[in-house]
Design a protein around this ligand. Structure first.
Ligand code: ATP
Ligand code: MG
Length: 560
């Protein structure tokens, strides 16, 4: 049980048991090991919250380790963004920032150890030949013709590989395990390949680079990790992880696998996200439609909402796809508590209140956040001309339309009751002005005679309104599950052409003049919005973070 008396997930249970039994002398050291070849996404957030969360709950440490063993795809830009995102999510690695590339010499020395033990050899087969000789699930692979090179020859060739004597791809170092193993990963896996490429940290010092399976356990060992938590795809790599550490006889952490996060209506592979960026399907890694942490931040997600989501989905051993609506539900729950309410008209039409004094401006009290009394109140200006939402008026209204229509009285939020008396149209028949009268006795929004109105509209004072742009988002893809994209189709064929709609003629209340970039607001009746990073020089741009309607609550109620 945890502090909230909830059952521990299976990973935390293992850690708790180990602490109890004293397996690691009470130490808990986890790590989050991203490869700096892209920006972090919501799937990474699951792993981050798990690893940093465990360290925090069990009084241990979590290392941030860059798994930078692949110089061709890695860049400093990614290192910087990853650090920023982990910090923004609310986690702190303290002094424990590491780079796999710092261990290249140690890894090389350990490779020499294995060669000396007769457990590794230099192989001259090409990558393609190695693949072809690996066998099939039902058939053993073939031994490489170079498998029985002498230790001396292997040492000599490996050193010359390191010294740059051979071209890319001409040789590899392979572990000598078992070409007939039912586990493919044990069929003499590659430990090193030759890549003459400049590394973002080690420059041209190395031209041989370690493969993931060889490197990862060593990195964990050097850092004295206790629980090496990874995703399920690595379950059948665990025997190899264990084999390398056992052969070397070095410190040996425990690898534990959990199911990765998949979300509906989006992709999570960095390769696919990179394609969206490079081919300009989106504006960048931080496009608010992206499932990246930076995209979600720009969209208006709060770190709390993401952490709550990760807690809610928990961790288990079975791959599944989480409904995007659950993520939005966690977001709304948090934003409802934390974001201030303001009024903004996204698609405005002017209302003229004919019996309101020409030049008068009065200030009305409005509550900033009914969920949070400490947020206080503000004053909003009201005058003869205001804007309301075009959709809140209908000339020929059907029975069930309760908002403004000729002859109907409605409430203006925090202001007065108004009654529509007439409309003005342009030559094309578009409504340009709605004329109303107001009842001064209803100030604040209640009639002293107790009469009721059926709807309350939000509005903005025309004289003081600020111009703004609102970017309205929908799912990036039209397909719910992108993992089962039909053969011959490519995931980009399912991009949603309507994932972004820009409303450029919005009117917002003057209180938003000082709104900071990335600040989050609830526009009354219209949804949650966040000030975009493109907002500057008095030009206000908002991203719609989420609508107010909770799809997840609906799914829970109706069961579909
Ligand atoms: P990709 O396969 O898209 O390149 P990756 O898993 O290789 O992604 P890494 O940078 O290696 O990306 O990931 C760092 C850590 O984040 C790993 O420990 C990995 O297990 C974890 N991780 C990545 N994607 C997910 C996901 N969808 N759900 C949970 N954890 C994830
Ligand atoms: Mg990886």
């Amino acid at each position: 049980m945890n502090e909230n008396n909830q059952k521990l997930d299976f990973v935390r249970q293992i850690v708790a048991d180990d602490c109890q039994s004293g397996k690691w002398d009470g130490r808990v050291v986890t790590r989050f090991p991203p490869e700096p070849n892209g920006y972090l996404h919501i799937g990474h957030a699951k792993s981050i919250c798990l690893n940093f969360g465990i360290a925090k709950e069990f009084g241990g440490k979590c290392h941030l380790r860059f798994d930078d063993t692949n110089p061709e795809k890695e860049e400093q830009e990614y290192v910087d963004s990853i650090k920023e995102d982990v910090r923004w999510l609310g986690w702190d690695w303290g002094d424990n920032l590491f780079f796999a590339s710092d261990y290249f010499q140690q890894m090389y020395d350990w490779a020499i150890d294995l060669i000396k033990k007769g457990k590794a050899y230099v192989c001259d087969l090409t990558g393609e030949e190695i693949r072809q000789t690996r066998g099939t699930p039902t058939q053993a692979g073939n031994d490489s013709p170079y498998r029985n090179r002498s230790v001396e020859e292997n040492l000599d060739l490996f050193e010359r590989m390191k010294n740059g004597e051979f071209p890319d791809g001409s040789k590899t170092l392979r572990a000598k395990i078992d070409m007939a193993s039912p586990n493919f990963n044990l069929r003499d896996p590659i430990m090193y390949r030759i890549v003459h490429a400049t590394h973002h940290r080690t420059g041209d010092k190395w031209c041989i680079y370690p493969m993931y399976d060889w490197a990862h356990g060593l990195e964990d060992s050097v850092e004295k990790i206790t629980h090496s938590i990874c995703t399920l795809e690595f379950e059948n790599h665990r025997p190899l992880y264990d084999w390398f550490l056992d052969q070397l006889g070095i410190y040996h952490p425990q690898q534990i696998e959990f199911a990765r996060l998949n979300l509906t209506y989006t992709v999570m592979s960095k390769r696919k996200l990179l394609k969206l960026v490079q081919e300009k399907y989106v504006s960048g890694w931080d496009d608010p439609r992206m499932p990246t942490i930076s995209g979600m931040r720009r969209r208006g997600f709060s770190p709390e909402a993401i952490r709550n989501f990760c807690e809610k989905i928990s961790v288990n051993k079975f791959n599944s796809t989480v409904d995007f609506a659950l993520l939005q539900h966690c977001l709304r729950e948090e934003l409802n508590k934390s974001s201030a309410r303001v009024m903004a008209v996204l698609n405005p039409v002017k209302v003229v209140i004919d019996n309101y004094p020409q030049d008068q401006v009065e200030y009305l009290d409005a509550i900033n956040n009914p969920e949070d009394p400490a947020a206080g109140t503000r004053q909003i200006p009201f005058s003869r001309e205001i804007y309301i939402e075009r959709d809140d008026f209908m000339e020929d209204a059907p029975k069930k339309f309760f908002r403004l229509t000729p002859g109907r009285e409605v409430r203006l939020r925090y202001a007065y009751f108004i009654t529509c008396t007439s409309i003005v149209k342009d030559s094309a028949g578009n409504i340009t002005e709605i004329h109303c009268t107001y009842d001064p006795a209803t100030k604040g929004g209640d009639a002293p005679d107790g009469r009721k109105v059926k709807s309350t509209l939000h509005w903005v004072c025309a004289k003081n309104a600020l111009d703004a742009e609102a970017r309205m988002y929908d799912h990036l893809f039209t397909k719910e599950n992108l993992d089962d994209v039909a053969e011959g189709k490519y995931f980009t064929e399912y991009l949603n052409p309507n994932s972004l709609t820009t409303l450029s003629n919005c009117k917002v209340e003057p209180y938003l003049k000082e709104a900071k970039v990335l600040s989050r607001w609830q526009f009354e009746r219209m949804g949650y919005f966040c000030v975009d990073t493109d907002s500057k020089d008095g030009k206000l741009i908002f991203n719609r973070t989420a609508t107010l309607r909770d799809e997840w609550a609906k799914i829970q109620q109706t069961g579909k």
